[in-house]
Write a protein that binds this ligand. Structure first.
Ligand SMILES: Nc1ncnc2c1ncn2[C@@H]1O[C@H](COP(=O)(O)OP(=O)(O)O)[C@@H](O)[C@H]1O
Ligand SMILES: [Mg+2]
Length: 403
């Protein structure tokens, strides 16, 4: 990076971008210099994307807007960032937000006195007021693009009629980023089942209805990532370790590629800890892993979390799902029968065998960095997981073709 003063505006050049820090006020008095400096900067950095950082700008007149228009025509890739509320309003009423990329300045909020409502692998959730919560993301595993993706997926889910919380704006919470959502006054499905196990069957069937609703929702191409990407990321983590042979990993990638493309909405983390029960209605939260693809990709995760993992590690179900391992396995059993619309033991057994290889891809990666597995056991567990996958790999087609 190098900062230098070009007349009135500061410029910062990085590998890909040239960032110009816009002045406080652009009007007829300085629009000429504003234009000249922007043009000079573009001239010197022709291969870079132009970012106009508007953190300091609180006013722009029509003369300033005309400059933006000219620059935009000249330089297709201009992006306006950190735009204040007032400037955004001008850009919006004039239609500029539709012809150029305009990103707002994030509001800052405080959670000092806010009640903690829940937590997951990605963040903590606090109540802001009667209507809204803020999900504060752990910054290490949640770069800004991932948070924007969660916001877009939550919006897509909502407008496609999937019962879910309205996503509002992305905000700054101290050094971290957060996203404001509608508050769902409810408890998670896992904790509801745990406190009233008589309702387990009823809830399992409702959970299946929710997944069926999801899987009958078609998305437009390109609106969300390809569902196989999440599996490839786990495989990439596994590949980087020295626990698995190159040939075995090759077979894993082929297995992932064998899952056909579909335009179905995939939640990607569908389990009773990510479903809330609000006045009897099931509401899906946590769209951080939502994508588009074949329904088997949702099913394999649900099977892994509700059945495979709790059978191996009883504590995990309570931690992630808010229910005991026994409740979780029983709930999966009722759920999968309803989802497939069959009571035929043979079909259920074949389905579970068929889900196994795909389900264990996450485990391959998980073993590499899990902090619960002692180092001297890692190699043993990884070999077991890989064997389990390879022994069952030929059975995967059954469920893919059935869905
Ligand atoms: N819109 C909401 N209203 C009320 N509680 C919520 C809402 N969203 C999340 N929570 C609570 O916060 C927990 C974690 O949120 P979640 O989005 O699942 O985070 P993560 O991505 O870390 O798993 C949930 O299990 C739930 O208890
Ligand atoms: Mg969650």
């Amino acid at each position: 990076m190098n900062f230098r003063q070009v007349d009135i505006m500061k410029v910062n050049v990085t590998d890909k971008d040239v960032i110009v820090f816009a002045i406080k006020r652009v009007d007829t008095n300085n629009s000429y210099e504003f234009e000249r400096e922007l043009l000079q900067t573009i001239e010197k950095n022709q291969d870079k994307r132009l970012i106009l950082d508007c953190s300091e700008m609180n006013y722009i007149s029509s003369a300033g807007l005309r400059v933006l228009l000219k620059i935009k025509k000249n330089q297709g890739q201009m992006v306006l960032e950190n735009v204040s509320k007032d400037v955004y309003e001008v850009l919006s009423v004039t239609g500029f937000t539709q012809i150029m990329t305009v990103k707002r300045k994030l509001s800052e909020i405080s959670i000092d006195n806010a009640e903690l409502l829940g937590a997951g692998a990605n963040g903590r959730v606090y109540r802001l007021d009667q209507e809204r919560i803020v999900k504060v993301f752990n910054s290490t595993s949640n770069p800004p693009e991932k948070i924007s993706r969660e916001q877009e997926s939550a919006r897509q889910a909502f407008i496609h009629g999937i019962p879910s919380a309205i996503p509002f704006e992305i905000v700054r919470v101290g050094d971290e980023l957060g996203m404001i959502y509608e508050l769902i006054t409810a408890r998670t499905l896992g904790s509801m089942v745990h406190s009233d196990p008589k309702k387990l069957e009823k809830y399992a069937i409702e959970m299946s209805a929710l997944m069926k609703k999801l899987h009958s929702t078609k998305m437009d191409e390109g609106t969300m990532p390809d569902a196989r990407l999440a599996l490839r990321l786990w495989a990439d983590i596994a590949s980087k370790s020295d626990f698995y042979s190159r040939d075995d990993m090759q077979r894993i990638y082929e297995l992932i590629d064998s899952v056909p493309v579909r335009e179905t909405f995939i939640h990607g983390d569908f389990h009773p800890g990510n479903i809330m029960v609000s006045e009897g209605e099931l509401i899906l939260i946590d769209m951080g892993d939502a994508s588009v693809g074949h329904p088997v990709i949702d099913l394999l995760g649900t099977y892994q979390l509700m059945s495979l993992a709790p059978k191996k590690n009883a504590g995990a179900a309570m931690r992630y799902l808010g229910m005991t391992a026994e409740e979780s396995v029983r709930m999966w059993d009722v759920f999968i029968r309803d989802y497939l619309g069959t009571e035929d033991e043979n079909i259920i057994t074949k389905t579970e065998e068929s889900l196994k290889s795909l389900s264990l891809i996450r485990t391959l990666g998980g073993i590499v960095f899990s902090d619960v597995i002692p180092d001297d056991k890692r190699r043993f567990y990884s070999a077991m997981a890989m064997k389990d996958i390879l022994d069952n790999i030929e059975k995967t087609d059954y469920i893919i073709n059935a869905l």
